[in-house]
Design a protein around this ligand. Structure first.
Ligand code: 28F
Length: 642
């Protein structure tokens, strides 16, 4: 391809060096070069369209995954300005695409651009990390186009036609020498765009995946904003009141909040700052919680639901069953925390608090029935909390009478260094026996599970302490549950669920994962939870070492490899394992437990919102969503060879 010959001046050389820095250390700009970083490219471009929407000029965004993993993002905003930039001598549009951070703070007063975290690094980073980028702008009566290769301009902005419309279209093909994969995941993008549409009332975001013969499409546009978001999150839950409580304030410091209580026992509060999910919370969340506690206590006292002698309700009681989304816009956000997703601006707490104080108190005055329903729930949560405390004490007493607070069924390992220790949680008698015999007792502990299954979505903490199936798990891990869970106390670095690859196995896996998600979430966040992968088949032949296959595809692969060696299918014996119990201790060690040869799957919390949704779906009495979840396990479980 013929390229424009550039004569570079000092400014432009700096520009090239800037983008070269991005290519050298992509992780610094987009987090990682995994599929996650790849999706980040799309978000960066779409964020620019969303900013144009927030400025009030763009109503529609369309994202297309073209065949061959080319991304096209199109909006109907004003179009990126095309006039010459005084300093660089380039068009404004080219500057945005080639100068590092030009996009990050453009205009200065252009609204709520993000200055922290990974977001908002801008179009130039996408450009630097793409094999090619093509930008088409409709503006000032014309169609203007420019293109780049790996961040370098190959065609400066050129007028290629006339148009009365306005808008910006960006197509790019990510650089496969930088990214581990170029395969975009439709569901991941779909979830993100749904979320973005909820967060920007009235904005329409369309997604089309043209990689399949029949394109997949989705279109999101919510006039209800966060109200729609909360209704969506609660779609499979029983509500305490029909409409979410809605709080909105525009102006210098925009705040939008929607709240709806359900009969569930868990708390789902999601918070956003400048459309970024603040997973670690921060001052906005603190202000919200403080206000909620105060307003409900004041209301309960005023209505004599709490008597003078009664103690105040605590925050946990008041948040049981709550679903809420909080979205604030902050001019200069400070992001803190491990993943830079915790809002640090101290002034925000007070602003959110006083706003919620005022709105919520008014709402309760005007809707006494809703107030009553919520308070009844809070009071029953308080009673359950008291019952849980007693149950916990009972368990503690009972256990201290028995052997050193460890469950009787636990075959512990000899090492006491948590980092090197693993506990296998195993369902059933024979599998537990094989695991005990097959393990390396220096660092591997076995906990066989017994007793009645409990759906933790439908039980409060008091029931969990008393449950003969889950209590041993709590004791073995040794770090408590709920608010009291203390990750520094865990007794094993790896908590490994080992269950059969059948319906019963799926059941126990689901139960334990739900339990960990609701009551020991840091254990998942910290990457301590794993799924063991027992083989499905064994291939054997006289004079040949046994071959184990872990999936149906694996079986086909192994047969193909054997064929290359001149061994046909009918020459080998094939055993299908129906359960772990069919394996003898040596086989179990070799295939599933030996760190040298096993495969473990690490459970991740990539997307807390979809995890929460999945677990809520599972709560239902229906079997089908449960089964679907198991089949879709891959959604939040990442493959990891260890
Ligand atoms: C598919 C991706 O990037 N859309 C965008 C605009 C609109 C303006 C703008 C963008 C101004 C000075 C940089 C137009 N008119 N979609 C997009 N739409 N950027 S990005 O301004 C950028 C800055 O230098 C815009 C008036 N003001 C702003």
């Amino acid at each position: 391809m013929e390229k424009f010959e550039h004569e570079y001046n000092a400014d432009q050389i700096q520009v090239l060096e800037g983008l070269e820095a991005v290519r050298k250390r992509p992780g610094m700009y987009i987090g990682s070069v995994s599929v996650r970083g790849l999706h980040h490219l799309v978000y960066e471009i779409v964020d620019n369209s969303v900013d144009e929407a927030l400025a009030g000029y763009c109503k529609n965004i369309k994202v297309t995954i073209e065949p061959g993993n080319i991304i096209c993002v199109e909006d109907d905003g004003r179009g990126i300005p095309i006039d010459k930039h005084a300093k660089t001598g380039l068009s404004a549009a080219e500057t945005v695409y080639t100068v590092l951070h030009a996009g990050g703070k453009f205009g200065g007063d252009s609204g709520y651009k993000v200055s922290g975290g990974l977001h908002g690094v801008g179009a130039s980073v996408v450009n630097a990390l793409s094999e090619w980028t093509e930008v088409t702008i409709q503006r000032d009566g014309g169609i203007h186009q420019m293109s780049f290769e790996r961040g370098k301009t190959v065609k400066p902005l050129t007028r290629i036609g006339d148009s009365k419309k306005t808008g910006t279209k960006v197509r790019f093909y990510a650089d496969d020498t930088i990214f581990e994969t170029l395969e975009y995941e439709y569901e991941v993008l779909e979830n993100r765009f749904r979320e973005m549409a909820f967060l920007t009332k009235g904005l329409s975001i369309e997604l089309e995946d043209q990689r399949e013969e029949v394109p997949r499409t989705a279109k999101f546009c919510f006039e209800g904003g966060l109200n729609s978001f909360v209704e969506y999150l609660n779609r499979s839950k029983e509500k305490l009141h029909p409409q979410p409580i809605y709080i909105e304030k525009e102006g210098d410091f925009p705040v939008e909040i929607a709240i709806q209580y359900t009969t569930s026992y868990s708390e789902s509060i999601y918070t956003f700052v400048n459309n970024i999910n603040t997973i670690e919370g921060g001052t906005h969340l603190e202000g919200f919680k403080r206000s909620l506690t105060k307003v409900f206590n004041d209301y309960a006292r005023a209505k004599n639901i709490l008597k003078e002698k009664d103690a105040n309700l605590v925050g946990d009681d008041i948040r049981e069953g709550i679903t809420a989304v909080i979205s604030v816009k902050v001019k200069e956000p400070q992001f803190e925390g491990q993943t830079k997703t915790k809002l640090g601006n101290s002034e925000v707490a007070g602003i959110v608090q006083s706003m919620v104080n005022e709105h919520l108190a008014n709402f309760l005055e005007e809707n006494p029935n809703v107030g009553k329903a919520i308070l009844e729930k809070c009071i029953s949560a308080a009673r359950a909390r008291e019952a849980a405390r007693k149950a916990r004490e009972l368990v503690r007493k009972k256990n201290s009478l028995e052997t050193a607070t460890l469950p009787g069924k636990l075959a512990d390992c000899s090492s006491k260094i948590a980092d090197e220790c693993e506990v296998y949680i195993v369902e059933g008698d024979s599998a537990g026996g094989s695991a005990k015999q097959g393990r390396d007792r220096r660092f591997q502990a076995i906990l066989p599970l017994w007793g009645k299954m409990l759906n933790v979505e439908k039980a409060r903490a008091d029931k969990i302490y008393g449950n003969d199936k889950l209590n041993p798990v709590i004791l073995a891990i040794g770090a408590g549950i709920g608010n009291e869970f203390d990750i520094t106390k865990i007794r094993y670095g790896k908590v490994i669920i080992m269950a059969d690859a059948d319906v019963d196995g799926a059941h126990i896996r689901t139960l334990l994962l739900t339990f960990f998600f609701r009551y020991m979430r840091p254990l998942i966040e910290n990457g301590n939870v794993y799924l063991a992968q027992p083989p499905l088949f064994k291939l054997s032949k006289k004079g040949m070492e046994d071959i184990y296959c872990y999936t149906d595809e694996d079986l086909d692969k192994k047969f193909a490899e054997l064929a290359e060696r001149g061994i046909s299918r009918d020459q080998v014996g094939i055993q299908r394992y129906k359960g772990l119990g069919e394996m003898n201790p040596d086989q179990l060690w070799e295939t599933t437990m030996n760190p040298e040869t096993r495969t473990l799957v690490k459970v991740t919390m990539d997307d807390a919102i979809s995890a929460d949704e999945i677990f809520s779906l599972l709560m239902g009495d229906e079997v089908n969503p449960r089964r679907e979840f198991i089949e879709k396990n891959a959604k939040y479980v990442k493959n990891l060879d260890i």
